[in-house]
Write a protein that binds this ligand. Sequence first.
Ligand SMILES: *Cc1c(COP(=O)(O)O)cnc(C)c1O
Length: 425
Amino acid sequence: MKRPFVSKEQLVDIAERYPTPFHLYDEAGIRANAEAVLDAFSWNPGFREYFAVKANPNPTIVRILAEHGCGCDCSSLTELMIARRLGLTGERIMFSSNDTPAEDFRLARELGAIVNFDDLSHIPFFEEVAGPVPPVVSCRFNPGGLFRLANGIMDNPGDSKYGMTEAQLFEAFRALRDRGAREFGLHAFLASNTHGNDYYPALARILFGLATRLSRECGVHVGFVNLSGGVGIPYRPDEAPCDIRAIAEGVRRAFEEVLVPAGMGDVAVFAEMGRFMTGPFGCLVTRVIHEKRIHKDYLGVDASAVDLIRPAMYGAYHHITVMGQAGGPDKSRRPAARTYDVTGCLCENNDKFAVDRELPEVELGDLLVIHDTGAHGYSMGYNYNGRLRSAEVLLREDGSTELIRRAEKPSDYFATLDVNPDWNR
Ligand SMILES: *Cc1c(COP(=O)(O)O)cnc(C)c1O
């Protein structure tokens, strides 16, 4: 059973102040989880989580994580600008980009970010457009083939556009060394939204082994190994959450078996988790505005795929809890009574938050909570059909709320038409 982080009474109250739809974030949950991550990896003195800003680029959320010592993992110019505005610079920024535009590299260099090179060819490109390579650098590895763990094939790096081959990594480390880099890191992201506790430890073992060879053969100091993102969350009610303690313990075992004997016990472990840091601590709050019965039963809600595209894009499962409405019963614990497709208003038949989902009997005006939208939710939003993006609201630790991003207005949608003065009258 998946429970929302707000009660029905709280939610009814919040929805009276902020019109639906909106994403609601749980500050207490984000903070407690961040502390659990730090605590789990405290065996590694240099450990740092660089929050993957793309997962939730709301500056208030990024700042909350920064207050716990997290850095920013940025991959674009505007994500770098968010880090800058929050006062994060230098080694608090990991710049893990790909197919990188020149201006992005320029700002990364200006901010003193750690640059995580995605390709060998990016080294001369960086020098040409941004200047000398930074003193602290990193390279992204792609082993190719299929990535397997004990429970099967996890992902297909052989088909992924990211990173360098092993041979290229050696070449890149030598090239960066010859250009004056003095501290090196190694990075890979081989599987997304992983379940169980084996992914980081298996990845760590691969990267630690590679790091010992790179260090020895290229004569460089490897200062960190970056396990990137990919730690999953239980979107489905029957899934078990990842145990960050067990994960960190598995990484520690690999560290002690591979790095320590190689005299590399000073290596810092880095992570760039996005989903695991904020995913469960956000939900999309939406109201049922239509019920339609044709060949199937449809619930039309006031949110759409522009607020949360994962179901439309990947067929991703997001759990839905029916909360009810002011004056009505709390429906959040009622058993399923009927099967619905829960739809948004886009003129695209994949604009469905759920297909054939069993839910309690729903009435018009009921509030629904769509779970686990704290990462890759708002941030993947778009404007198809001229639909405007929702607001974001923070549920503070003391139970108060704060609007941390307003909903878009038509004037936002039309703002880029200012090239034509007729539109701005
Ligand atoms: C997307 C991404 C992450 C975060 O991934 P999650 O699955 O959200 O943890 C981290 N690093 C890089 C380079 C990414 O592209």
